[in-house]
Design a protein around this ligand. Structure first.
Ligand SMILES: Nc1nc2c(c(=O)[nH]1)N[C@H]1C(S)=C(S)[C@@H](COP(=O)(O)OP(=O)(O)OC[C@H]3O[C@@H](n4cnc5c(=O)[nH]c(N)nc54)[C@H](O)[C@@H]3O)O[C@H]1N2
Ligand SMILES: Nc1nc2c(c(=O)[nH]1)N[C@H]1C(S)=C(S)[C@@H](COP(=O)(O)OP(=O)(O)OC[C@H]3O[C@@H](n4cnc5c(=O)[nH]c(N)nc54)[C@H](O)[C@@H]3O)O[C@H]1N2
Ligand code: SF4
Ligand SMILES: [Mo]
Length: 859
């Protein structure tokens, strides 16, 4: 078995992974955390731990396709080059655009940026980081003169106070979360969570500030005003290192917009702990005032001198594995390359370095505007790489129209059937995680290698090779004739000499001369060191800037009185094209839920587990209802993950509009005006079958991966059309007309169970897990199947909490009843939480609930 060290495919924590691969095997791989990687020191979360379940070839795109037909690379490159050339000749370079992703490697990103900005001659390359980090980038640029994250993970180990703003760290950056837990254990660091929702992260905090949606600027301004009133401004630091507008302090001490008692507690904590890290994420960035939120946070740190010191700083945490690498190479439409802008001097320098025939003239279109230009027919050739905008862009109905109108839509993906790939004219198979080879940069500027584990299947190629292939057909071969990823990396690293020469901190020139062998053996390294801005900020003066920011105001919309938030689930990744294939990861939240406060639910007559339609001015979508106090009254929240391929109406981005932050262009995904109505289904059902199919004409459906196939949850009106739901085969059926119950099992000719369906008009449905386990068996018992349970009943585990060990809520409650009173004790008796640890916050929450129940007197 070969042991290969690589980096996780998912989030921006950037954990090192040790992969054990059987040489010449069938892509089997054993995954563990790399103890030597500085980001995780051996730990992995549930998604990283189960990477092995997502490297199979199910659903993979293996061959190029042009106009719906399979073809070879030669013809695909011809088609690409012909259509791009014709477009440029007829309509100019700005009629061409690339929409790329933080899931590309740095080498891919560099190649795409060079091709567009130096050879096509347009800056119309933008990335899904626009939906993700753009506001943090803009805030850092305004404050520091450069997009530099001034912190390291080690600051979390050393902080006395960690403030999380709009970050569900326990779910979205679980290994950073475990690091925070350690800091709390070791040095009693305090934790504040600022989030409108009471998330599993907030549950664990010393203080949860349930800020109003987009209330962050008001809160941070008031907090800074209070720190100033308490004499906590660091005057020496401000005088030496910071420029502050004369009117900065005017009117800063407004209403903090939160419960006064909570505000006092927050002020006390912040005043008492100069070693403070503020970690911020999408609740800050994804807002029409996201850049101002970033600066409100940074202002507090600058004014109190809580930056460039161990354990202190404003820390924007990145989402995707290589969001940071994309920012470095310049993949955003408003940077040229390597942190440089579009001045005459910078453009000339880049053109000379690239030997570019046609350097772009100025910034290109940002994502939302870019898709508007596609919709309006101004952009006619669009190449989408490693992102699924038909699902992830706001107002995705409009984006879908744009994709359909586009004359030439090119999609490079690893999966054949994504909502975006369905609309492609040219579909290109890319290498996936485990096949690709290159570098990524994580949240703390640590560059590490992703390494190839398996041979590429079919005709899949590295993204940078696909880009270079097109460039060659366009006649630019000599600028793109890299023999390997190492050569691309060297060219990029050397180019950062241009930013360094302009007084910027981005400088990777020390790695520009790596040999191929050194590149292959490259250990993780952090550019800029732990405190990159310690001596100088990147503004020409060398000083940082305080930026005046005012609270955003949202105008209420009487027809849509609720505020709609969108968020992530612990075990799903974005549009589910990979995590959706893992039976283990699909257990945590098999369906998309709309979370509703009990009083809002009562107003609409909703019960827990029923269905509801969420409506906005853009569109509507249907979700399963989850009622809970964690949601503030007047607000609802849905997950971003479900697609048309995975559900019949649970796609969240039908809902948000196109409003963006005026500085960063980042959409406000987390605060849309919405309303909610009950969906009354005549019947509910679930169906397990081996294959993927698309149910039609229902009120609601979703599918989730189970080990034997797919579990479909269904709801509809009127009569049930079984023929449309079940595969062909021998049917066994029982029905109970009074309760409107039907149970059907379908067997193939060989006697194997192909599918089983359970319908009800009023009652409850059997346990899914046991039924799912029978699919494919040739000895499945008819009587058991029609009863919906085995003759010797299995224990009901309740919703699965620990996916690694398959431990359910009821198992944990039982262990608590037996006296297990801590997460460790639960682990000792059930194993829950003892592998990756991602479920530990959920266990803690269950324990709290059990304790509360135990204290309440019985009626
Ligand atoms: N499991 C999982 N992990 C992931 C990902 C994934 O898809 N799944 N994706 C990765 C990516 S690309 C990213 S960008 C990160 C995102 O990581 P996070 O930013 O942690 O994720 P979200 O759930 O989108 O949003 C975080 C929180 O912002 C809160 N929020 C909403 N509005 C406001 C507001 O006005 N103010 C404040 N203070 N908070 C608000 C929401 O209630 C939510 O709990 O996760 C990364 N990690
Ligand atoms: N409502 C709402 N919408 C959101 C958000 C939100 O919080 N709320 N968050 C936003 C954020 S922060 C983000 S980052 C985006 C993410 O949104 P997307 O980028 O659209 O999500 P993914 O599902 O990660 O899409 C990646 C695609 O690339 C493919 N892929 C994976 N690896 C490779 C590769 O190596 N090469 C190629 N060519 N393809 C590959 C995958 O199969 C998949 O189709 O969503 C944004 N949209
Ligand atoms: S925290 Fe989890 S998803 Fe993120 S890099 Fe680490 S193992 Fe991967
Ligand atoms: Mo993201």
């Amino acid at each position: 078995m070969d042991v290969i060290r690589t980096t996780c495919a998912y989030c921006g924590v950037g954990c090192g992974v040790t992969a054990g691969v059987v040489a010449g095997g069938d892509r089997g791989v054993s995954i563990s955390g790399d103890p030597k990687h500085p980001a995780n020191k051996g730990r992995l979360c549930s998604k990283g731990t189960h990477l092995g379940e997502t490297v199979g070839l199910e659903g993979r795109l293996l061959h190029p396709r042009v106009d719906g037909r399979r073809t070879d690379w030669d013809s695909a490159f011809d088609a690409l080059a012909d259509r791009m050339r014709a477009c440029i000749e007829e309509h100019g370079p700005d009629s061409v655009a690339f929409y790329v992703s933080g899931q590309l490697l740095t080498e891919d990103y560099y190649a795409a940026n060079k091709l567009m900005k130096g050879f096509v001659g347009s800056a119309n390359i933008d990335t899904n980081s626009r939906l993700c980090m753009a506001s943090a980038v803009a805030a850092y640029n305004r404050a520091f003169g450069e997009d530099v994250v001034p912190c390291s993970y080690e600051d979390l180990d050393a902080a006395d106070l960690i403030v999380l703003v709009g970050s569900n760290t326990a779910w979205c950056h679980p290994v950073v979360w475990q690091r925070i837990e350690k800091a709390r254990e070791r040095r009693a660091a305090k934790l504040v969570v600022i989030d409108p929702r009471r998330t599993e992260t907030a549950e664990q905090a010393d203080l949860h500030v349930a800020v109003a949606p987009d209330g962050d600027v008001a809160l941070f301004n008031a907090l800074l005003a209070r720190m100033a009133a308490m004499g906590l401004v660091d005057r020496a630091f401000m005088a030496a290192r910071v420029e502050c507008p004369a009117d900065f302090w005017d009117g800063l001490d407004g209403d903090p917009g939160v419960d006064p008692v909570v505000f006092e507690q927050l002020c006390t904590l912040v005043a008492a702990h100069p070693r403070m890290v503020t970690l911020f994420s999408q609740g800050a960035n994804q807002s029409v005032g996201g850049t101002d939120k970033g600066n409100a946070i940074i202002n507090l740190h600058l004014a109190t001198g809580r930056i460039n010191r161990i354990g202190a700083g404003p820390f924007s945490i990145t989402g995707q594995p290589n969001a940071m690498g994309g920012r470095e190479v310049g993949g955003l439409a408003n940077t040229l390359a390597c942190h440089m802008g579009f001045s005459e001097d910078e453009r000339a320098a880049a053109a000379a370095y690239w030997k570019a025939p046609k350097i772009c003239t100025g910034p290109g279109l940002k994502a939302v505007d870019l898709f508007r230009a596609v919709h309006a027919g101004k952009i006619k050739f669009l190449w989408v790489m490693a992102t699924n905008p038909a699902v992830s862009m706001p107002d995705s109905g409009f984006v879908r129209e744009a994709l359909e109108r586009c004359e030439t839509l090119v999609v490079s993906d690893v999966i054949a059937d994504t909502d975006t790939a369905r609309r492609a004219d040219i579909l290109l198979p890319a290498e996936a995680w485990g096949e690709k080879n290159g570098t990524v940069t994580n949240s703390e500027r640590c560059v590490s290698r992703q390494r190839r584990l398996f041979d590429s299947p079919g005709e899949a190629l590295a993204d940078w090779r696909i880009i270079a292939g097109l460039a060659a057909r366009m006649g630019w071969e000599s600028a793109f004739d890299w023999p390997n990823a190492a050569a691309v990396f060297r060219e990029y690293a050397a180019m950062t000499g241009l930013s360094a020469a302009r007084g910027l901190r981005l400088d990777l020139t020390a790695w520009a001369d790596l040999s191929d062998e050194e590149y292959d053996a490259l250990e993780p390294f952090q550019w800029g060191g732990e405190r990159p801005l310690a001596w100088r900020f990147s503004h020409p003066s060398g000083k940082a800037r305080m930026v005046r920011v005012a609270p955003a105001c949202t105008t209420p919309d009487a027809a849509f009185p609720l505020r709609l938030n969108t968020a992530r689930y612990r075990d799903q990744w974005h549009t589910m094209t990979r995590t959706g294939l893992s039976p283990t990861l699909s257990q945590h939240r098999p369906e998309p839920l709309v979370e509703v406060h009990p009083r809002d639910a009562a107003k609409e007559g909703l019960t827990d587990g029923s269905l509801a339609r969420v409506m906005t001015r853009q569109g509507d979508a249907v979700f399963r209802v989850r009622i809970g106090e964690g949601q503030r009254e007047g607000e609802i929240c849905v997950p971003m993950h479900w697609t048309d391929a995975m559900s019949g109406g649970g796609r969240a981005n039908r809902l948000p509009g196109q409003g963006v932050d005026p500085v960063s262009g980042q959409p406000g995904f987390k605060n849309s005006a919405a309303r909610l109505i009950a969906v009354r289904a005549d019947w509910q059902a679930f169906l397990v079958r081996e294959d993927v199919f698309t149910p039609e004409g229902l009120l609601y459906w979703t599918r989730a991966r189970v080990a034997t196939g797919w579990l479909y949850e269904l709801a509809g009106e009127g009569a049930v059309d079984l023929d449309a739901l079940l595969p062909e085969g021998e049917r066994l059926e029982v029905a109970d007309i009074v309760r409107g119950m039907r149970r059907i099992a379908v067997r193939g000719e060989d006697g194997r169970l192909l599918a089983a369906a359970y319908l009800t008009r009023s009652g409850t449905l059997p346990q899914r897990g046991w039924v799912a386990s029978q699919i494919g068996l040739d000895a499945a018992s008819a009587s058991e199947l029609l009863a919906g349970r085995p003759s010797t009943p299995l224990p009901d585990r309740g919703a699965i909490v620990c996916v690694c060990h398959g431990v359910g809520e009821k198992d944990i409650a039982e262990a608590a009843l037996q006296g297990a009173d801590s997460v460790a004790a639960i682990g000792a008796c059930t194993k829950a939480g003892t592998n990756c640890g991602s479920c530990r916050p959920a266990i803690a929450k269950l324990l709290q609930a059990c304790a509360t129940q135990a204290r309440e007197p019985a009626e």
